[in-house]
Design a binder for this molecule. Sequence first.
Ligand code: HEM
Length: 159
Amino acid sequence: MQVRDAAEWAASLPLAQALREGAWLYPVVETVHIVGFAVLVGAVAMFDLRVLGFGRQLPVQALARHLLPWSAGSMLLVVPTGLLLFIADPQSLLANRVFLLKLGLILAAGLNALAFHAGPYRSAAAWSQQAPALARLHALLSLGLWIAVIACGRMLAYF
Ligand code: HEM
């Protein structure tokens, strides 16, 4: 099945029609999407700021154990609601460069998080109060990428 056929099929689903035509469903789903990414990006940003050197009295690994499950768990809200918003108008979203850029940025942010965990974070127990330069670089990149994802999501309403 071609992507275009899949988009046409998704748009024809009764749920997609309800999202387009109902007064409440789309805003409710969008609100849950926003709550989900607020938790996701909020938790990630607090952790990144710690790695960058803010709140040095907080132990990095304990903070990670508290925050990172929230950011991973919030994906259970963000991804399904994102897909629901997507099926309301898949053809035009697939042709929208801002939407494609947003997906690419989410992928880049995920890869950056994986590289951080497989790389500098493995030796976090041995970090002094200052995280190593590579860890700080990942944290800075993470903040920039997630801010760009939010900007692209918001811009979808205008492009
Ligand atoms: C993972 C982190 C994500 C973040 C930070 C994010 C961010 C946003 C933001 C800021 C908005 C605009 C909300 C508003 O202005 O009311 C939005 C809307 C939207 N998002 Fe996401 N999003 C994420 C994931 C996804 C995913 C995975 C998908 C689809 C597969 C998706 C699809 C959409 C769609 C279709 C809209 C509605 C656009 C419109 O107004 O027409 N999002 N998102």
